[in-house]
Design a protein around this ligand. Structure first.
Ligand code: FO1
Length: 460
């Protein structure tokens, strides 16, 4: 029996594997989208539960490690899940927390629940692809995947890896009006009564098994959770949206949204952000912001979805790897060890401040991230090692790291992904070059360095 979803959910959901509908509750395996509202995968699971007259159970599985995540990341994630768990209760959704290899743990939970069917949230991150494959091998019930991160489901926007934002934008624009819609109301669901003691999986118990590293101090300047995210969104839209286009490239003006940590952990829906932004008056700032949110961000998912080697040097565009290889033996102006880079101990004061801010606060301004990664290319023996170092440091310290956006960003800076060839030069070949003179044209470099140092000192 194939389930029939309502049209708006059917077009955001695809059947990954068929099977027999079980006698138990519907199971939503929460991973990327860790909120309780504005949530297409949860709505798909809820619609299935309502039509089958079954309860809905939501499970989050903590893996042993995750792309180099540290304690500071789990603190943000766990606080957010606590907030979500209490909201889910009000919708009659029971949350269970597991620990282990997610593909296996979720399959055995589905088995023990005799789950009617399973819904998971789309995530093209390489790490997640392995989890999904492991689950598919074991699961017996129908398995659906719903895209809760992209306004247009990634497999609908384009059937292939896109070359640039320009080609991708041409596909996004005609589809946007019909997909940028309000979320339907959450259906009323029966409470899941029949849980036995074996399903007593608490959040504290599950996360106590994870032993993350402790790099970087705890982060205090941003509060996790959906309510804080919505408040920040509201302030950004009313105070900063209209000037976004003129202020976004200047790290001395807090002109950017600062929403990326909540978006990364799925505590805020990108569709909610776009719906609220569209309620603001049209302006060049709104256009620039929506371009980042709808094109750049979804382009990163397109890359990870269609490039099997995304996140590795071999996943970079061929033209980029070729031009870097031709300049492999160029002498580097300076060479630094990973430790010197990690400590921000280079001769470049701007770079050091950006690195130290990322370590201290788990964030780095967008323009500086590009400059930061390109300098690592210039100061490392080989482009391959530079790519690995940039992604390693990004994922170890950034609050919004371990994400398709981080992979696409580092791939753009070092390998020319979604960019075009530029004039040939030392070390970079035709990869776009950036230097401190470029920075000085964009913003007051010394002001940024002073501000960063004071923020680092006061831990704000
Ligand atoms: N997702 C999970 O399903 N299980 C985890 O244990 C987990 C840990 C984790 C730690 C840090 C982090 O930044 C993300 C983490 N995620 C985890 C995934 C996250 O929710 C996002 O799905 C991806 O990182 C974005 O693609």
């Amino acid at each position: 029996m194939t389930l029939r979803f309502s049209p708006t959910l059917a077009r955001r959901t695809r059947l990954l594997g068929d099977g027999d509908i079980g006698d138990g509750p519907v199971l939503y395996w929460m991973s990327r989208e860790q909120r309780s509202e504005d949530h297409w995968p949860l709505l798909a699971a809820a619609e299935a539960a309502a039509s089958l007259k079954r309860p809905l159970v939501c499970a989050f599985c903590f893996s042993r490690s995750f792309c180099g995540a540290q304690k500071r990341h789990y603190t943000f994630l766990v606080q957010g899940l606590k907030d979500t768990e209490s909201k889910m209760k009000k919708q009659n959704v029971k949350m269970l927390f597991l620990f282990g290899d997610p593909g296996q743990a979720i399959a055995s939970l589905a088995e023990s629940l005799q789950a009617a069917l399973l819904v998971l949230d789309f995530d093209p991150l390489p790490e997640k692809r392995a989890w999904k494959a492991a689950l598919l091998r074991r699961i017996r019930t129908p398995l659906y995947e719903t895209d809760g991160h992209n306004i247009i489901p990634a497999w609908i926007t384009s059937p292939k890896k896109e070359y640039s934002a320009a080609t991708f934008r041409k596909k996004v624009q005609p589809l946007l009006p019909s997909f940028l819609e309000e979320f339907p109301p959450f259906p009323s669901l029966p409470l899941w009564e029949r849980h036995t003691i074996e399903h007593r999986h608490t959040l504290e118990e599950a996360v106590s098994n994870v032993q993350p590293g402790n790099a970087g101090p705890t982060i205090e300047w941003i509060a996790p959770g959906a309510s804080k995210a919505r408040e920040t969104l509201r302030n950004f839209l009313s105070e900063k949206l209209s000037g976004y286009d003129t202020r976004r490239n200047d790290p001395t003006l807090s002109g950017v949204s600062g929403l990326s940590p909540w978006l990364h952990f799925g505590q805020l829906s990108p569709q909610r952000v776009a719906l609220e932004a569209m309620k603001e008056p049209p302006s060049p700032g709104r256009d620039a912001f929506l371009e980042e949110l709808l094109v750049r961000r979804e382009l990163a998912d397109n890359f990870c979805l269609y490039e099997p080697k995304a996140g590795t040097y071999d996943g970079l565009p061929e033209w980029g790897r070729k031009t870097l290889a031709l300049h492999k033996n160029d002498s580097r102006p300076s060479l630094y060890s990973l430790t010197s880079l990690e400590r921000g101990e280079t001769a470049d004061l701007l770079w050091n401040a950006a690195q130290r801010e990322m370590v201290a606060r788990g964030k780095m301004h967008g323009w500086l991230r590009m400059y930061w990664a390109k300098k690592i290319l210039e100061w490392t023996e080989t482009p391959e090692e530079a790519f690995e170092r940039a992604l390693l440091l990004n994922d170890r310290y950034e609050l919004d790291g371990r994400d398709p956006n981080g992979i696409a960003g580092v791939s753009w800076a070092i390998g020319g992904l979604h960019d075009r060839p530029w004039a040939n030069r030392q070390v970079f070949g035709m990869i776009r070059y950036m230097n401190d003179r470029g920075a000085a044209r964009k913003f007051k470099v010394n002001r940024y360095i002073e501000e960063a140092e004071s923020l680092i000192a006061t831990r704000r």
